[in-house]
Write a protein that binds this ligand. Structure first.
Ligand SMILES: [Zn+2]
Length: 234
């Protein structure tokens, strides 16, 4: 096998490998896209769960405040009834003050309850919105994932076809030449590159004239001194 034949075999092989790399990269991107879809849904779920917990806290807080309010109202009623039976002026004043304080506390509690109720309303609306979004997104996402899985299957069978063709093609390449190609490609991503002007088409280093000369002679395979890729003249 002469050098020209070797070069054209390797160039053809590299074209197949580049294509296979592209197919594999497309295949690899799909599980990632599926994971992203799933993560998006999970995020909405987690967010909704957190909001529900928060809502529960608010509801408990409302209940507690309502109980406090009831107690305060009881105190006010009790003290107001006591006013009638009090004889001393000082005790009367003290009780009036106590009632006033209870009324202030009652007022504060009423305002706090209103705030909590507002919070409950807001949180409930957000939960509803999230659940609506989740429902819509879940069916959309399921369809998208099914489509991606279908696509992956197609790409995988496409890849299998190309891999088989590559295997058959490799059987036509002398073993030593093939292993040299594989060795370089594994390290450099490409194993055979054209001379690009006066530079290596792989690492772009300026090639010495005698290297270019040797490549043009086509008597043997010449490698770039710098990156070890096999050089050829287009
Ligand atoms: Zn190079």
């Amino acid at each position: 096998m002469d050098t020209k034949e070797k070069i054209s075999l390797l160039v053809a092989l590299q074209e197949k490998d580049t294509l296979l790399d592209e197919i594999r990269a497309r295949a690899e991107a799909i599980p990632k896209a599926i994971d992203e879809e799933k993560a998006f849904i999970e995020n909405i779920k987690t967010e909704t769960e957190e909001k529900k917990k928060n809502l529960q806290k608010l509801q408990l807080s409302k209940k507690a405040k309502e109980l406090d309010l009831e107690a305060k109202e009881g105190q006010i009623r009790k003290h107001s009834a006591e006013l009638n039976s009090i004889k001393s002026n000082d005790a009367y004043k003290a009780l009036i003050l106590e009632i006033d304080n209870c009324k202030k506390d009652k007022n504060t509690l009423e305002n706090e309850i209103l705030d909590v109720m507002e919070g409950i309303e807001k949180e409930s609306a957000l939960i509803k919105e999230n659940e609506k979004q989740l429902k819509a997104k879940e069916s959309e996402s399921a369809a998208k994932i099914a489509g991606l899985q279908e696509q992956l299957k197609k790409i995988e069978s496409e890849a299998a076809g190309y891999e088989e063709a590559r295997k058959q093609f490799c059987a036509t390449i002398p073993a030593e030449l093939l292993s040299r190609y594989e060795y370089i490609r594994e390290r450099q991503g490409s194993a055979i590159v054209p001379i690009d002007g006066g530079n290596c088409g792989g690492c772009q280093i300026i090639l010495r004239p005698h290297i270019i000369n040797d490549v043009c002679k086509n008597q043997e395979l010449i490698a770039c001194d710098s990156c070890s890729r096999i050089l050829y003249k287009k």
